[in-house]
Ligand binder design. Structure first.
Ligand code: DGJ
Length: 733
């Protein structure tokens, strides 16, 4: 018995030293090093031509030392030598979650991707793209891994291109964009779930073994329940101004899946891509399957720094006219709903002018004749002006707006169709539905089948006709209120391709639209914030965070959105919702792109005067909010107040938005709020804004140095009678 045990131990020792030997044999042949301003991602090409991701973190001063790294990790053996694969293929050696799974044209399900070549192209002074080519040894099947780095912003966009030259169709059953491998003793995930009216609710958890999945199967409006954007604390829980934090998300408006798997070596694998749910994709020979981009950035100075990476990158590359201007506006949705006519619109145009905002936005309800759009039960698809409401057409409103001296924009929901519409009667085959099952509606509507080129043509022509007939139209709000039920195209050959082709169809229409109308301001709305992602945002100038416009709820949502999306994109409207006074509402809307959605006639003269002066003051600070650096100085989920500040790039001006978020008679801000990001050597004059004829400023002639503000701080003196305070800082030297 004793002998047996001993020999068993010896066998184990033998086996483990064999494994170690095998591991040692697999020496790295070469590293592919992607270096940004402060960070580096390193891939290794192993002797057996596997490509692994061996590092993502702080950039080293001496790149030749990346090689030395693996010896410092004593993590036990990897049976496959591919736990850290840069793109895990399935059906051969893999033991962990794959990034790609295929069924070859002969029915075989194996794939083993080996290094072929790589190249790096300079895209512009700040961006480089590295392409790593992988190929199966048996089948004519290849994958390219693309890494586009933005050096200043420390941000990587990663995607894959999948193609083959097999005799027949290959079925892709999984097709990720990215497969990361991260090393850290612990991983803390913050993800964002929600629903209509309650978007971007954070949840925090420490990742354990098994797979944590963030996904959507909704087809459209895919962020309704879950966003693909997440924050990950490495080593420690996520903190705003210190620690290592990775931010990432799939830049895609269709179904997504982001998987977090702790591997047997305690490392974290992240596999992100289009959701393969009900989507076995038929890929023809010589066709490219191009996955969406997975964007991610890492900071060693906390969440705030990582967010600023995203904001800077988005303004430069990912939002239409991100470095430019925006229109402030008056919208009529919450003040009229479907109930308006030309007279009412004229009054709203006059209100727009009086308020001093740039544009009037006419919302839902202006179209449909056989089935007028007087409720959300009809007319989507019938995009002609309703003759009773607008007898003289949009063209006369555009003219009226011009005469009044404001701009005019309009709401559309081009992807949708009402069962009660002429469009549905004419084109029943254009609708997404199961032919042999009952229809099932979301907000009383169905989706048009954008996989069908005829439908793509139709959707494009709706917008093109609207703008060609009314060249003075200055703004579009593009809404999308339904998810996809009964996913099925009546014209597509392979239903497994449906979800992927739908989103491709949507982007095709948007591409064509933007090619003709590159600069037109357009709001991305999806029954609230159901589609806020960097797949859609390159076509839009701004997004609508939520139909919930209660300013208290909005503070939280705008705060959470700001982790990933810059303030210039956040359409924040002042409405009648919420018990707070007008000042509080305006203060909340002003920390983004301000708008109004209320009936001026319902305000008293003092309120109207106040709103007008606030618009004028906003015009003086909006540049700092839209183009400056954002610092979240107080988190309302940790404290009884929120504070978000914006500092101009040259650090000469700043604005600090402060809100008491706790309802209590005794709440206040006993401590000063510490600043970050100011110039310690500058002196700043502190003044309160948005208080005209309301109250006296809290600070008069106060001058404090950046050093003091960052070491001691500034107290906005919030209490129950002063629930919101906006302070402006101006450098005087
Ligand atoms: C949902 C949007 O989020 C609202 O702002 C409004 O445009 C309605 N749709 C109109 O139906």
């Amino acid at each position: 018995m004793r002998k047996l045990t001993l020999s068993f131990i010896l066998i184990i020792i033998g086996a483990s030293s064999f494994c170690q030997q095998k591991q040692l044999e697999l020496q790295t042949m070469q590293e592919i090093i992607l270096e940004m301003k402060n960070t580096a991602l390193v891939l290794s090409i192993e002797e057996n031509k596997d490509v692994n991701m061996i590092y993502f973190g702080n950039k080293l001063s001496n790149p030749s030392e990346y090689k030395a790294m693996s010896k410092q990790y004593n993590q036990g053996h990897d049976y496959t030598n591919m736990y850290q694969s840069a793109f895990t293929a399935s059906g051969t050696r893999n033991l962990l979650e794959p990034a790609i799974s295929v069924i070859h044209s002969d029915g075989n399900q194996s794939l083993d991707l080996k290094y072929q070549a790589h190249e790096t192209k300079q895209i512009n002074a700040n961006q480089k793209e590295t392409i790593v080519k992988l190929k199966d040894q048996i089948y004519p099947f290849e994958v390219e891994l693309h890494y586009l780095i933005s050096i200043e912003e420390n941000l990587i966009e990663q995607w894959s291109v999948i193609r083959h030259k097999e005799k027949n169709v290959v079925k892709l059953s999984k097709f990720a964009s990215a497969n990361l491998s991260l090393k850290s003793p612990q991983f803390y995930l913050r993800s964002f779930h929600g629903d209509w009216f309650q978007e971007m609710q954070p949840s925090n958890e420490k990742l354990t073994h098994g797979i944590k999945v963030l996904d959507s199967k909704l087809g459209t409006r895919t962020n309704l329940f879950q966003s693909s954007y997440f924050a990950l604390g490495l080593n420690n829980e996520i903190e705003e101004n210190k620690g290592t934090v990775l931010l990432g998300g799939l830049d895609y408006s269709g179904n997504f899946k982001v998987e977090f798997e702790k591997d047997p070596q305690q490392n974290l694998r992240i596999i992100a891509g289009i959701n393969n749910y009900a989507s076995e994709y038929f890929l023809k020979p010589n066709e490219d399957f191009i996955t969406p981009k997975f964007s991610f950035t890492i900071s060693f100075h906390g969440l705030g720094d990582a967010s600023r990476n995203y904001h800077n990158w988005a303004r430069k590359y990912r939002i239409v006219n991100g470095m430019g201007e925006r229109y402030t506006l008056l919208n009529n949705w919450e003040s009229t709903y479907f109930n308006f006519d030309e007279k009412k619109i004229h009054q709203l145009l006059e209100n727009t002018k009086e308020l001093g905002v740039d544009l009037f936005l006419l919302d839902d309800g202006w179209f449909g004749n056989k089935y007028p759009r007087n409720a959300d039960t009809s007319a989507l698809g019938d995009w002609e002006e309703n003759k009773l409401k607008l007898p003289n057409g949009i063209i006369s409103i555009v003219k009226d707006a011009k005469d009044v001296g404001v701009k005019f924009g309009i709401w559309v929901e081009p992807e949708m169709v009402s069962p009660k519409s002429e469009l549905y009667e004419k084109h029943p085959k254009w609708v997404v539905k199961q032919p042999n099952r009952d229809e099932y509606y979301f907000r009383n509507q169905l989706i048009l089948d954008l996989t069908n080129p005829d439908v793509q043509e139709y959707v494009y022509s709706i917008l093109d006709n609207l703008l060609s007939k009314n060249p003075g139209l200055a703004y579009i709000k593009w809404d999308c209120n339904a998810v996809i039920y009964n996913a099925h195209s009546q014209t597509l050959n392979h239903q497994g391709n449906f979800y992927v082709e739908y989103t491709k169809g949507l982007y095709k229409v948007l591409d064509r639209f933007r090619a003709k109308y590159p600069d037109l301001p357009m709001m991305l709305c999806s029954g609230g914030g159901g589609r806020i992602d960097y797949g859609a945002l390159p076509y839009f100038t701004e997004y609508w965070p939520s139909d919930n416009t209660d300013p208290l709820d909005r503070i939280f949502m705008q705060y959470e959105n700001s982790l990933f999306f810059p303030a210039i994109g956040s359409a924040n409207h002042v409405t009648t919702v919420g018990k707070q006074d007008l000042k509080f509402k305006i203060d909340v809307a002003a920390m983004g792109k301000m708008g109004f959605d209320l009936n001026l006639e319902e305000l008293n003269q003092k309120e109207v005067n106040y709103a007008k002066s606030a618009v004028q003051e906003y015009n003086l600070i909006k540049d700092i909010v839209w183009h400056g650096d954002q610092y979240r100085l107080a988190n309302p989920r940790e404290l009884n107040h929120a504070c978000i500040a914006y500092i101009s790039k040259d650090k000469s001006q700043a604005v600090m938005f402060n809100y008491l978020t706790e309802y209590s008679q005794v709440s206040n801000t006993p401590n000063p709020i510490k600043w970050f990001g100011l110039d310690p050597n500058k002196n700043y004059q502190v003044g309160e804004i948005f208080i005209k004829e309301l109250r006296n400023p809290i600070y008069e002639n106060l001058i404090l140095s950046g050093d003091f503000l960052m070491k001691i701080g500034l107290n906005p003196m919030l209490y129950n009678g002063r629930r919101s305070v906006v302070l402006q800082l101006k450098a005087i030297n």
